[in-house]
Design a protein around this ligand. Structure first.
Ligand SMILES: *Cc1c(COP(=O)(O)O)cnc(C)c1O
Length: 377
């Protein structure tokens, strides 16, 4: 099935590309490590249900989401693999967490005690993963806290330690020595946990960057996110990974106008025609997630060729300079992100111009824009 363009603006999700990227991650992980597919934040804006169903079919072993709500969405989409909540959960969400068989990550004692109480009251033993702060400086128990946590854990009869994890702060800078320091800290804490009599089933540390740049033999599970969606963890990986972009964002030319030299365009007249120009209005702006920072510098594809944003990106409109595109017509397809013909606008390109990272480019594409899925196998 090929997506049609009855929508004025739409996002195409290429599930065949998603499968390809998943297989790249799988082969990098090797036979001895399992794969937790990170589908948090609505699968980085790609749509959590269809993405997870595709990855489950492809053989993802576990899934990682940001919240109890996202875990519930996976269950409703028919995901039966283990689902780990990488984010937090809040007082009152314990029942839902247990009902949907979600696996929490615990990094504070209060939350653990509360969950323990609710699990006991339900006659359940809830598996959990223990989050360690080995240098990310965000959430997780720090090395000096671990002893006290292990001592208290013995009393949590409604909980069962099933996994141990930490998160890396600089894995996307492969030369940085912090990653090996974090790994050593992690191994030391893991030993302390084992010495206390625990045998965690899962030991994990690697995001996409670490999966492709670091060998961390203590781990038996990896947690790739961004590479599944076909983008690089950072420029350090340019040319080193065989990935295909999954998301293409398309709209069309709504109106064309011919303007004489000197015409000012859009708010602030930040574009002034230096030649007789053909300008096109496209019905997409920053409210759709097309960053205002792309004003005057973003490029889109029309008829397979690049055209530049003319002036300021507005809330619902953007003007583009199509003077150099022969045969351009109202209704022509415009690609804001993704490929058209031999050309491609990568998330990395938009991110560099907008002063952010590909992750944010994906997440910002408005949820109001329909996602159309196709899977050319
Ligand atoms: C988001 C996230 C990941 C995935 O990171 P990528 O850089 O997208 O591969 C892995 N682990 C945790 C804890 C995360 O929050």
């Amino acid at each position: 099935m090929s997506p049609d363009s009855t929508f004025p603006t739409f996002v195409e999700i290429n599930l065949a590309a998603l499968r390809h990227n998943f297989r790249q991650a799988r082969s990098q992980a090797g036979a001895e490590r399992k794969l937790l597919a990170v589908v948090k934040a609505d699968a980085y804006g790609h749509g959590i249900g269809p993405v997870a169903v595709c990855l489950q079919d492809e053989g993802a072993d576990l899934f990682g989401v940001a919240s109890v709500q996202e875990g519930q969405q996976l269950r409703e989409a028919g995901i039966d693999r283990p689902v780990v909540i990488l984010g937090g959960f809040f007082p009152g969400q314990e029942e839902a967490l247990l009902r949907h068989r979600l696996i929490p990550i615990l990094f504070d004692v209060e939350t653990a005690r509360r969950l323990n109480q609710v699990a006991l009251a339900n006659g359940q033993v809830c598996p959990f993963h223990l989050k360690l702060d080995t240098g990310m400086g965000r959430v997780g128990f720090r090395p000096e806290e671990l002893g006290a946590v292990l001592a208290e854990m013995a009393a949590w009869k409604g909980l069962r330690l099933e996994g141990v994890l930490s998160h890396l702060a600089l894995a996307d800078a492969p030369q940085d020595p912090l990653t090996s320091r974090q790994y050593e800290t992690f191994c030391g804490m893991l030993q302390q946990i084992r010495d206390a009599g625990h045998q965690p089933l899962w030991v994990h540390l690697s995001n996409s960057a670490a999966l492709f740049a670091h060998h961390l033999p203590a781990c038996n599970l990896v947690r790739p996110g961004i590479v599944l969606y076909g983008a690089l963890p950072s420029d350090a990986f340019a040319g080193r990974l065989d990935l295909r972009s999954v998301m293409s964002w398309r709209t069309h030319i709504y109106q064309l106008k011919q303007v004489p030299v000197g015409t000012g365009v859009s708010y602030g007249h930040r574009f002034k025609a230096e030649r007789p120009s053909v300008l096109a209005a496209i019905p997409v702006g920053y409210s759709d997630g097309y960053s205002r920072r792309l004003s005057g510098c973003g490029e889109v594809l029309v008829r397979g060729q690049r055209a530049r944003v003319a002036g300021t990106v507005c809330m619902n409109w953007t003007m583009i300079d199509v003077s150099d595109i022969p045969g351009v017509q109202v209704g022509d397809r415009v690609t804001l992100l993704g490929g058209d013909g031999d050309n491609c606008i990568g998330a990395e390109e938009l991110a560099a111009k907008a002063g952010t990272i590909s992750y944010e480019i994906f997440c910002q594409v408005s949820k109001q824009i329909p996602r159309l899925y196709h899977d050319d196998r």
